[in-house]
Design a protein around this ligand. Structure first.
Ligand code: Q9C
Ligand code: ZN
Length: 349
């Protein structure tokens, strides 16, 4: 398989709130590194780097002012707080728009960090923009390879993207890599694109971006949002609106879900995609459904991932696979390889 990867992500390791304590984020540089190492060890893959970041494309799925904010945020933070440690300091919002109040633009960096985010698990450090723009460039480059004739390709994105909305970061995500890939496929001629999201968490950002659109459908299997992040979004009755009505499908499942109900939900989504008549597929590949994931509560095992990969390949569509979550770092390379093996029809021993 063609794999698009870069080591620029390493400069981004943010802080997240854990209770009232700031900890090094679960979303660590080691995650992408172990996946890269494992895939190199499989010998059959080809590796390439990303083309330069395409700010215009990002602005087709995000508010361009939000993209510009992300790029400028660290510099604005340093200007406001010049004593910040350039190595260990982090910018983070601490106040969000109160419910039922108008969403008006603040003028200070503290206000803007809250305005443009929805969770305190996501900070901005010196290397964040380089990593975020590189991750988005990986998504676009992977999509362009598929548009150019690769039957499928894997983008080793880090940081992940599926929680990033039109204009807010959160859930370790800043730019929505899957949305950028889907838009790239559309721009290169695909009439309708399916995005399927198998991360443990609901892809609220991707849903937000394509909510009103019928040219990109979004389907997700994830933990029940009454129990789990991102809360309040990801319920089964969210089907899209206006032209997008009927082009969004959520299959929330309870804590403790194992492979059997999970595969039933997948079969429901793949049947839906088949009937929709899509020209290309984007997969948000989160591996935090793994039983040993430290922040998640599904019960999938390494041996389940080849089955999932095989069922996704059976859609027979040109496919862009992108890494999202997965925090059992020691097992992440193995689980990712297991899914790709199943996708490519490689028998595991
Ligand atoms: N201190 C993805 O898997 N934050 N994002 C947990 C616990 C929510 C996960 C905070 C997890 C976000 C891409
Ligand atoms: Zn996740």
């Amino acid at each position: 398989m063609l794999i698009i990867t870069s080591d620029v992500h390493r400069a981004h390791h943010c802080l997240e709130l854990d209770g009232a304590t700031l900890i090094r984020s679960w979303e660590s540089p080691e995650r992408a590194d172990i996946v890269h190492r494992t895939l190199i060890g499989q010998a059959r893959h080809r590796f390439d780097g990303p083309a330069t970041f395409d700010v215009e494309l990002a602005g087709e799925v995000h508010d361009p002012a939000y993209v510009a904010f992300l790029q400028s945020a660290w510099g604005r933070w340093l200007a406001a707080y010049p004593d910040t440690d350039r190595e260990t300091g982090a910018a983070m919002g601490f106040a969000w728009t109160p419910a039922r109040s108008r969403r008006r633009m603040p003028s200070t960096i503290d206000g803007l960090l809250g305005h443009y985010s929805f969770a305190a698990d996501c900070s901005i450090v010196a290397g964040t923009w380089d990593a975020v723009s590189s991750s988005a460039a990986i998504a676009q480059t992977t999509a362009r390879a598929v548009s150019a004739g690769e039957p499928y390709a894997f983008g080793l994105c880090r940081p992940p993207g599926h929680h990033a909305t039109i204009d807010q970061f959160g859930g370790y995500c800043y730019l929505n890599n899957a949305a950028i890939a889907a838009q790239s496929l559309r721009n290169d001629g695909a009439g309708r694109v399916a995005v399927l999201d198998i991360d443990y968490h609901h892809g609220n950002g991707t849903q937000d971006i394509f909510w009103h659109r019928d040219d990109v459908l979004f389907g997700s299997i994830h933990a029940d949002p009454t129990q789990e992040f991102p809360w309040s979004v990801g319920h089964a009755d969210e089907i899209g609106a206006a032209a997008g009505s009927g082009w969004n499908r959520n299959r929330p499942l309870p804590w403790g879900t194992n492979i059997h109900p999970w595969l039933d939900a997948l079969d429901d989504l793949t049947t839906w995609v088949t009937n929709a008549g899509c020209d290309a597929l984007v997969l948000s590949v989160g591996l935090d459904t793994f039983v040993d994931d430290p922040i998640s509560r599904f019960a999938l095992h390494t041996g389940d991932y080849p089955i999932i990969g095989q069922r996704l390949r059976s859609l027979g569509l040109p496919t862009v696979l992108l890494l999202e979550g997965g925090y059992a770092t020691d097992a992440l390379g193995t689980n990712c390889a297991a899914l790709l093996d199943g996708f490519e029809g490689v028998t595991r021993r």
